[in-house]
Design a protein around this ligand. Structure first.
Ligand SMILES: [Cu+2]
Length: 120
């Protein structure tokens, strides 16, 4: 009985971690270039932290053959880029103000978040 309860708790813990805590991980641009893989319906990493007021390059590598993966849209920046399969594609972001911006596929099913932060 205790074992089953423990397993249940573990499972709940895992679910909590997956949905709430896992999201907290974000990748920071060190050299001003971030590589993002488009695979299995996701952007990996999907949360990207960049510095305000600095241009950033996002290097997309599309591994996903789905037509959904073919276009990446940064609506806030008026940027829409085609990604070809298994090829790096650099997307240049202009220096921007702090805030959260999303990037998506054309139908907004694939989603990623840009977190732009002021320098401390
Ligand atoms: Cu889509």
């Amino acid at each position: 009985m205790i074992i089953i309860n423990l397993l249940g708790l573990l499972l709940i813990g895992l679910i909590v971690w997956w949905f709430w805590l896992y999201k907290a991980q974000a990748v920071t641009a060190d050299e001003g270039v971030i590589s993002i893989k488009v695979e299995n319906g996701t952007y990996e990493p999907s949360r990207i932290r960049i510095q305000a007021g600095k241009p950033t390059t996002l290097r997309f590598l599309r591994k996903d053959a789905s037509p959904c993966a073919a276009t990446v849209v940064f609506a806030d920046f008026d940027i829409s880029e085609e990604l070809s399969l298994n090829k790096n594609k650099d997307v240049f972001l202009p220096p921007c103000e702090s805030g959260e911006y999303s990037f998506t596929c054309q139908m907004q099913m694939y989603r990623g978040t840009l977190i732009v932060m002021d320098k401390k």
